[in-house]
Design a protein around this ligand. Structure first.
Ligand SMILES: Nc1ncnc2c1ncn2[C@@H]1O[C@H](COP(=O)(O)OP(=O)(O)O)[C@@H](O)[C@H]1O
Ligand SMILES: [Mg+2]
Length: 171
């Protein structure tokens, strides 16, 4: 099923501030640790806003070997890593907008069992976003400060998003 996010009313919103790159990694780590089945995570934000740092944290939480090797898959579009769940790191930066998700195999991933993190998700037409997903919006608010707005669509966000306290997340 496809939905128009503009008509979504079940978005459940959380706002997190991080004050160092490690804190953004830790946020990804905390969320990744809590993931036990496939999920699509759309990442929005300018270059340098922390999307890849977050994806590195996700990789840690998913027990990907050598998570620090996770870098923006700018030339390959999709990098796949083994972990507790398969982890797919996607970067649509180089694609024209709107990107055709079928052409690059994204729709299959959206229907699969892995964790799919998509940088530059604004390249996707809104109608191509899966019904169940997390959307994260990264904003640079200072030299080392980032504001991250997390919206859960079509899923119960309580397991993932409750009690996020970045200060208490182990690095
Ligand atoms: N709080 C923060 N969270 C994430 N990155 C930060 C933060 N403060 C500074 N940075 C820096 O911002 C850059 C983020 O880069 P990256 O994660 O690759 O961004 P993107 O993938 O959005 O282009 C890195 O150079 C990192 O050191
Ligand atoms: Mg990146």
């Amino acid at each position: 099923m496809k939905v128009n996010p503009a008509s979504q009313t079940d978005g459940n919103v959380s706002e997190v501030e991080t004050h160092a790159p490690d804190e953004t990694v830790a946020l990804g780590h905390t969320l990744g640790r809590r993931m036990n089945h496939g999920l699509v995570i759309l990442l929005f934000g300018d270059l340098g806003s922390g999307k890849t740092a977050f994806a590195q944290g996700l990789a840690r939480g998913l027990e990907v070997p050598a998570p620090s090797t996770v870098t923006s898959p700018t030339y390959t579009l999709i990098n796949e890593y083994p972990g507790r769940l398969p982890f797919y790191h996607v970067d649509l930066y180089r694609l024209p907008e709107p990107a055709d998700p079928d052409e690059i195999g994204l729709l299959d991933l959206f229907d699969g069992d892995g964790i799919v993190a998509v940088e530059w998700a604004q390249r996707l037409h809104p109608a191509d976003r899966p019904t169940c997903r997390l959307e994260l919006f990264f904003t640079v608010t200072g030299d080392t400060a980032r504001s991250i707005r997390i919206i859960a669509y079509g899923l119960d966000p309580s397991d993932l998003l409750n009690d996020i306290d970045v200060c208490s997340i182990p690095p």
